[in-house]
Write a protein that binds this ligand. Structure first.
Ligand SMILES: NC(=O)c1ccc[n+]([C@@H]2O[C@H](COP(=O)([O-])OP(=O)(O)OC[C@H]3O[C@@H](n4cnc5c(N)ncnc54)[C@H](OP(=O)(O)O)[C@@H]3O)[C@@H](O)[C@H]2O)c1
Length: 240
């Protein structure tokens, strides 16, 4: 660990794309702060990554926890160069009152969680220049029956990211990553049983890995500061 190593903060670092991004950025020379609710998972990942990796239990719907995370990152890693807003839930199902708790959770985690995390880390990101990477989705481009509120959170993230890009340029670059199906545990949390079973079939045979997405994030961040890759839309080659 050297004082010149950049620092990346990754939300939802306990599994899937977030954990893979942490591994990829650590391999690229970043010190990483791993944020998630499952402390056991991020503690194990921090131990695996070693030097400089920090596990911080934080729910992105809890602003106080995020403010405490900012203070720890400042004290223990010296600030933030990159923020990856990755924490998310995809609670699909037919639109109905029975799913109302899912709707609130998706808006609070996927959209408001990313907005709040960015708002509390913004001063650190602006200090010396930085990057914000927002993990959106193909669902931020194309809505389908049964994914309306999930899509709304990702469309919201896309609009917010474009505004943020214009406000923060040139010192803070904003990148939107829009994956199609990636083999993670995302689908396992769907509460509408029939929907979960249908979606799970697609995830069981998913070929794009979290590492594939993490590599793209690392590549994007490694571009010279004069160049900003603002949006990356990626799908499995066979996804319609
Ligand atoms: N997999 C796909 O097909 C796909 C496609 C497009 C976009 N995405 C997006 O990619 C992102 C990562 O998802 P994934 O596929 O890697 O799924 P995942 O393995 O289920 O990861 C989701 C992460 O979000 C965290 N999280 C959930 N609620 C949280 C909260 N309230 N506070 C803090 N962290 C929270 C989870 O950690 P804890 O439970 O430990 O808190 C977990 O680390 C999401 O934004 C998702 O919408 C995924």
């Amino acid at each position: 660990m050297t004082a010149t190593q950049p620092v990346a903060v990754i939300t939802g670092a306990s599994s899937g794309i977030g954990a893979a991004t942490a591994r990829s950025l650590a391999a690229a020379g970043y010190r990483v702060a791993l944020l998630a609710r499952r402390l056991d998972r991020i503690t194990a990942l921090a131990a695996e990554l070693g030097d400089g990796a920090l596990a911080i239990e934080a729910d992105v719907t809890d602003r106080d926890a995020l403010v405490a995370a900012v203070a720890r990152v400042q004290a223990e890693l010296g600030g933030t160069d990159v923020l990856v807003n990755n924490a998310g839930v995809m609670l699909l199902g037919p639109f109905s009152a029975e799913q109302r708790n899912d709707y609130r959770q998706m808006v609070e985690v996927n959209l408001l969680g990313a907005i709040t995390t960015t708002e509390v880390f913004l001063n650190q990101l602006k200090d010396g220049g930085g990057d914000i990477v927002n993990i959106s989705s193909v669902a931020g481009r194309t809505a389908r029956a049964g994914n309306g509120v999930y899509a709304a959170t990702k469309w919201g993230m896309n609009g917010w990211s474009e505004s943020l890009r214009q406000e923060l340029l040139p010192d803070v670059r904003v990148t939107l990553i829009e994956p199609g199906i990636v083999a993670t545990e995302l689908s396992t949390h769907i509460t509408h049983e029939e929907t979960r079973q249908g979606v799970q079939q697609a995830y069981d045979v998913a070929e794009v890995t979290p590492d594939d997405v993490a590599e793209i994030i690392a590549f994007t961040l490694a571009r010279p500061r004069r160049l900003a890759i603002n949006e990356v839309l990626l799908r499995p080659a066979g996804q319609a």
